[in-house]
Design a binder for this molecule. Structure first.
Ligand code: 5GP
Length: 209
């Protein structure tokens, strides 16, 4: 039986450091990061197909109509969505897939794909979160206030997640996520079918590979 990959959803308020954590996580592990589609304008240095697939509103809405997204949400006036087929195919092939998405999107994925692993990234403090959003330098004063206010509200959704990771340092946060993934792979509800299927006894490499 082909082992399915894990769907790991890394989510949390804007400025919590999800992007930096995901980048480091991917450098050190064989995970596949889903590239989202968005209608927002590319920021300086962002590359089509690497950071995002940049679409017009019309193109995005066309894909919504075709049910092409695993989830999508409107975040700060722009659409963001996870292309469905590539992510699900990778999981079926046994590849662990990481999504870095906002909270609305994560909750939608939880409804349709509850076996995912839902990790909430918290900033070390709200003061630090504010500094990080300001230091990005890409926000206008209005969008900065919007992001900061919604971060306060969004933290209330933490109870819907499986794990909380505070982003004190990127290194520690990545280590915690790696540990969560190891633990998730060992969960009985993920390996029991393999145990029950095994006619020649259980060999632990077979169980986890
Ligand atoms: P940014 O504009 O700063 O790149 O992203 C804004 C927010 O949208 C971030 O919280 C980011 O995680 C989220 N986001 C990025 N891609 C997706 C996606 O595919 N779906 C959802 N729901 N949110 C996304």
């Amino acid at each position: 039986m082909q082992k399915k990959g894990l769907l790991v959803v890394i989510s949390g308020p804007s400025g919590a450091g999800k992007g930096t954590i995901c980048k480091a996580l991917l450098e050190q592990n064989d995970f596949w990061l889903s590239v989202s589609s968005t209608t927002r304008q590319p920021r300086k240095g962002e590359i089509e197909g690497t950071n995002y697939y940049f679409l017009s509103r019309e193109q995005f809405e066309d894909r919504i109509a075709k049910d092409d997204f695993l989830e999508y949400a409107e975040v700060y006036g722009n659409y963001y969505g996870t292309p469905k087929s590539k992510a699900l195919e990778a999981i079926e092939k046994g590849q662990d897939v990481v999504l870095e998405i906002d909270i609305q999107g994560a909750l939608k994925v939880k409804d349709t794909y509850p076996e995912g692993v839902f990790i909430f990234i918290l900033p070390p403090s709200m003061e630090e979160l504010k500094k990080r959003i300001i230091n990005r330098g890409s926000e206008t004063p209005e969008s900065l206030m919007t992001r900061f206010k919604s971060a306060y509200k969004e933290i209330n959704y933490i109870s819907k997640y499986n794990y909380a990771v505070v982003n004190d340092t990127v290194e520690e946060a990545v280590q915690k996520i790696e540990s969560i993934i190891v633990a998730e792979r060992c969960r009985v509800d993920r390996v029991k079918e393999k145990i029950l299927d095994s006619k020649e006894g259980i060999i632990h490499e077979q169980l986890y590979d």
